[in-house]
Design a protein around this ligand. Sequence first.
Ligand code: HEM
Length: 161
Amino acid sequence: MVLASQYVRLGIMLLKWLGIILLTFALCSCSQTALSTNPFKTRNDASLFTRIGGLPVLTKIVDQFIDEVATSPRTKRSFDGIKLKALKESIVAQLCKLTGGGCVYEGETMLNSHRDAKITEAEFDAFVDMFRSTLNRFLHTKEKNELLKILAPMKRDIVTK
Ligand code: HEM
């Protein structure tokens, strides 16, 4: 009788351990699946272009921004007589390419396209200020700074000394 109850206790103990082991395996594989399908993980790995929101967002940014710089007293001088629709398309293609969106940019170099406008440092800084404000309406700080960092080195080709 005593021996039988000892067997029963041993059996319960074994079942408990088996339960713990199975539960541990289940939890491990669950968290593995959660990690590999976590959308935030994929988004962090994605190109700047994708994190920006692709062409729909890039197009809105450029559209609003160019309308603003073409009318602001600080920058509008250079945009007199310029076909804004074509300019916007060209800038979208350039930014799409630079952020990893795979677009083809067929426009001029920054040096060639800005040489005749004789853009001053003050105009360039005003342009970047306005770009920053536009980006604030569409992007998180991380993506905004990544984009501004890509454009910063172009200053030397755009500003006429
Ligand atoms: C990092 C800053 C800038 C970038 C990335 C940029 C980008 C571009 C691009 C891609 C084009 C089109 C070139 C082509 O299609 O051949 C362009 C043209 C132009 N940009 Fe900029 N630009 C910048 C700064 C500025 C500034 C500061 C101004 C004036 C305040 C300006 C005024 C213009 C004008 C007027 C054109 C048209 C030129 C023409 O068609 O003759 N840009 N820019």
